[in-house]
Design a protein around this ligand. Structure first.
Ligand code: GLP
Length: 245
């Protein structure tokens, strides 16, 4: 399904409704969550929905898609900090997993993380943002589609962009859920907002399926929902958009 929303706020509401429906259908769902600017309205809208007292979160298992390697635990640049700020502290989630940023052995931490996801049968629902180079999670161009959770080296462009709000460089390594792990999700929701994502979205959805554009693998997923705002949709040709129903 390809859905064009009025703006990023509306997109966030739609995405929050998808989480709520999933949890009402299956309260012990396993849900993968992204970081970045794009999903913030989704977290805000979900917090609002929670106020009605009808969405169960007690038995849900939330997993972060990725985390930097080499920061201290409470570093404001960490995704753990981000998740706590935007989501966890507001809804009191009990079961949330995120790779340790200060693990002694990051490779081992990645393996353990994959093990935790597998033990629960994989993701029922996986939300994704997209990097301007087409990365999903921190699976940068060139990452094999067969990858499971691993330690990834970040592209200079990704480091530069993600460093913006901190005034210092984010680490160049991260632990990310792999592409294969993402692709095994029952339902994937890809979110993109703003004109800067139009170009990569065109390549992702309508270009060649290639490891040079990691997100292009999503063309192969049987249950993919794409949510974009009007700004982002402007750069996507309507004939292209129509080919997704
Ligand atoms: C980071 C995250 C991705 C996210 C991407 C886009 O690199 N690892 O999961 O999708 O940034 O972020 P934004 O939504 O800020 O454009």
């Amino acid at each position: 399904m390809f859905k064009i929303e009025e703006d990023s706020q509306k997109l966030g509401q739609t995405a929050a409704v998808i989480i709520a429906r999933q949890l009402i259908k299956k309260p012990n769902s396993v849900i993968a969550l992204p970081t970045g600017v794009t999903p913030i309205p989704m977290y805000n809208a979900f917090v609002e929905l929670m106020k009605y007292g009808i969405v169960p979160v007690e038995d849900a298992h939330f997993f972060n898609l990725d985390e930097y390697v080499g920061l201290t635990k409470n570093d404001p640049m960490s995704f753990a900090y981000y998740m706590d700020k935007h989501f966890l502290s507001k809804i009191g989630v009990i079961k949330h997993e995120i790779p340790l940023t200060n693990a002694k052995d990051p490779e081992k931490e990645a393996q353990n993380y994959e093990g935790k996801i597998k033990a629960l049968g994989g993701f029922d629902l996986c939300f994704l943002g997209i990097g301007i180079d087409g990365h999903i999670g921190f699976n940068e161009p060139g990452t094999p589609f067969s990858s499971i959770t691993h330690v990834a080296k970040l592209q200079p462009s990704t480091i530069k962009r993600n460093s913006k709000e901190f005034g210092k460089e984010v680490p160049n390594l991260a632990i990310t859920v792999g592409i294969k792990t993402i692709m095994h999700s029952h339902h994937i929701v890809l979110m993109a907002t703003g004109t800067e994502k139009s170009d990569i979205l065109n390549k992702t959805l309508f270009g060649e399926v290639t490891t040079s554009v990691p997100a292009s693998v999503l063309q192969l997923h049987p249950n993919l929902t794409i949510l974009v705002d009007k700004e982002c949709a402007k750069g996507i040709t309507t004939t292209n958009a129509r080919s997704f129903r």
